[in-house]
Ligand binder design. Structure first.
Ligand code: WT7
Length: 650
């Protein structure tokens, strides 16, 4: 960045942690048992000796053979728990079967139509073993890749765990993606087997998945077998010798299967990033470090106890689901809720009803969902009993303070702290995040997790305070990705070469004088208005703080005079109507919140914004529209019809 980012929006509200919450928290209890008096001492001690901290945490898991070294760090390559023998599935399942957790519910699953299934740890273990045996019979061996293209059904975690159990590498592709995305990823990874379903339910409709996959199967030569889950019961074409039904093969298999004793550093999965630009990157994670990192963060950030009902309302097709629906909750022996459907179907009360029905105590979602709830209004959460909730979470993009406050009030009854967790597919685990013992500021992701040294730097690597810059990580962490699959040069080039030995996150952020981090968005989401670098997130946040606005997306529009001028697309709350007066009010509102420089030159009202399936606004598409350019590939867009809405608004 040639010039530091101008940060204009300031948020001063603060929320103290509740003393009772502190006293009973996992992190406080851990600190007590290690003679650590307070948060400052925790950070000091763990930052001074990160190997001490992670060794302590790794000892809470089971090892087939102990490691000789916690960390071998030859930047940018790390090995964690060197020479240890380990398997994440042994820790996620096998070890619980020997304890009273055997009969505890691992997953409560609800379909879109409201059908409920529960799976205990023992039942899950047996299903995983059956599939693992079936995969072995198909010739899947340690190190082979398996492409998984499944919706949010229980077979998805089962499939992942079965691969990991035998040392195969899973590559899950989000079921909402078009089959071309699967084709590209399966070819990149040279997958040997594909696991899919006949289809799934979306807003009452049956969406076909196997038929879609069949359109590209001829172009994925590496796939020898396709396993098909019968989920919707719709008719599917099965290719003789290649395609087999899940139920048919599993019923022939034994429910016992040895867990492969792997090296700590053996690969666990590849997950292609949901990037809004460029060719997807195959982020590679490993067994032991990933297990220790995700286990520790779930334990300390979300404070999971045996009595909790945990709901991470993401899709397993994203890293959030991999880490915090599948692996970490099972490592903790927790009970998770898993949901096939969408937040507002059949009505906007669906999530709130489910929280009430299952007594969910910890709920983790994305700001885009919170803003969707805001749009429908307070009456929906008010209809349901949300008193079981004790902690809330946010992830995926900056949560604007207005949405934070709304979530805190309406979901959390003003008592639940919100863990706004910053991390990435690449980091595998939470990196900058509050803990239940810390003070919160709405819109800030608080400070780095113990042992992690994060910083904000300018182009020359100088540390910055109170001004925007590159968010970098200066220390390794156990769940860090090890490489980009098949492209080790890009791993070094994209993440570790701007500042050698330092991880470049690709985000811009600000650190305030008290050390709090404020994420402003991706580097490519920065505007340059008359020489001022302004983050799109700040302008969006200012717009959403107006009572009429539910959601907004801001992009730059080239301007001869100013370099760029600001174009804003706005979704109004249901009770407000679009008008020229309202546009003027919004401009005035941004002017008052941030300053005249940030006031949008153009405002368009839309019903929907183009988003990736993970809910991230696809600014590339909006930018192309604004510049009257071709929108390019929109196959990863969740709502292609939104593009026409942009046209109408322009
Ligand atoms: C990017 C990573 C990590 C799970 C979901 C997305 C943005 C993530 C936050 C947050 C502000 C956030 C960043 C990051 N992001 N969490 N709490 N506040 N921004 O995984 O698809 O790899 O995206 O999401 O821009 O770089 P991902």
């Amino acid at each position: 960045m040639s010039k530091n980012l101008d940060t204009l929006l300031k948020e001063e509200r603060k929320f103290e942690a509740d003393p009772e919450m502190i006293a009973q928290s996992n992190i406080k209890q851990w600190m007590d048992s290690h003679n650590i008096k307070n948060y400052e001492e925790l950070i000091e001690k763990s930052n001074e000796d990160l190997e001490w901290f992670w060794n302590e945490m790794a000892q809470e898991l089971e090892w087939f053979e102990p490691y000789n070294q916690v960390l071998d760090w030859k930047p940018p390559h790390a090995q964690w728990f060197v020479d240890g023998k380990f398997n994440i599935v042994h820790n996620a399942l096998d070890r619980h079967i020997k304890t009273s957790r055997k009969n505890k519910v691992a997953y409560i699953w609800e379909s879109e139509a409201g059908e409920v299934k529960k799976l205990t740890y023992f039942e899950l273990y047996r299903e995983v073993n059956r599939l693992a045996n079936a995969l072995k019979k198909m010739g899947v061996k340690k190190g082979d890749r398996v492409g998984i293209y499944l919706p949010m059904i229980l077979e998805l975690p089962i499939a992942m765990l079965a691969c990991a159990k035998i040392g195969a590498i899973h590559s899950v592709v989000f079921s909402g993606f078009w089959a071309k995305a699967f084709q590209e990823r399966a070819n990149d990874a040279k997958a040997k087997v594909a696991i899919t379903a006949d289809g799934f339910h979306r807003r009452g409709k049956d969406i076909k998945l196997k038929d879609t996959l069949d359109m590209v199967m001829d172009d994925i030569p590496s796939i020898e077998k396709v396993i098909v889950v019968q989920n919707t019961g719709s008719n599917v074409g099965m290719k003789e010798g290649r395609d087999v039904f899940w139920d048919e093969i599993l019923k022939k298999e034994s429910a016992k299967c040895e867990t492969e004793q792997l090296d700590s550093e053996d690969p666990l999965f590849i997950l292609y990033t949901s990037g809004t630009t460029g060719k997807p990157k195959g982020v590679l994670h490993t067994h032991a470090g990933y297990a220790v990192g995700t286990y520790t963060t779930l334990k300390f950030v979300f404070d999971i106890k045996d009595s909790d009902i945990w709901w991470c309302a993401a899709d397993v097709g994203w890293i959030t689901g991999h880490s915090y629906i599948v692996y970490a909750p099972l490592l903790m022996g927790a009970t998770s809720l898993m949901f096939e459907g969408t937040p507002d179907y059949p009505d906007p009360g669906r999530f709130w009803k489910m929280i009430g029905d299952y007594g969910v105590s910890i709920f983790y979602t994305a700001p885009t969902t919170v803003r969707l709830f805001m749009k429908y209004g307070e009456k929906w959460p008010q209809k349901y009993d949300l008193n079981t909730l004790r902690l809330l979470g946010s992830v995926g993009e900056p949560i604007n303070p207005e949405a934070w406050i709304w979530y805190h009030k309406n979901a959390g009854n003003r008592k639940c702290p919100i863990m706004d967790t910053w991390w990435q597919t690449e980091t595998g685990m939470h990196i900058i995040t509050p803990l239940p013992i810390t003070e919160l500021k709405p819109g800030s992701t608080f400070k780095p997790f113990p042992t992690i040294q994060a910083d904000i730097v300018d182009d020359d690597g100088n540390s910055l305070t109170e001004s925007g810059g590159h968010l970098v990580l200066k220390t390794p962490w156990p769940a860090m990705f090890r490489t980009l699959y098949g492209d080790p040069d890009r791993y070094v080039e994209a993440y570790w070469s701007k500042f050698p030995g330092i991880y470049l996150s690709g985000d811009v952020a600000r650190k305030d004088k008290n050390g709090y981090f404020w994420i402003q968005g991706r580097e490519d989401d920065v505007l340059n208005v008359a020489g001022h670098r302004i983050s799109t997130a700040e302008v969006e946040s200012a717009l959403v703080s107006h009572p009429a606005v539910a959601e907004s997306a801001v992009v730059g529009k080239p301007d001869i005079l100013k370099g760029e001028e600001i174009a804003a697309f706005v979704i109004l709350k249901q009770e407000f109507e679009a008008s020229p007066q309202l546009k003027n009010q919004l401009r005035e509102h941004v002017r008052e919140s941030i300053g005249p420089i940030a006031s949008p030159a153009f405002i368009g009202f839309v019903d929907d914004l183009p988003k990736t399936r993970s809910g991230k606004i696809m600014r590339r598409v909006i930018k192309a529209k604004v510049k009257e350019e071709d929108v390019g590939d929109i196959s990863t867009l969740a709502n292609p019809e939104s593009v026409d809405g942009l046209d109408r608004a322009l």
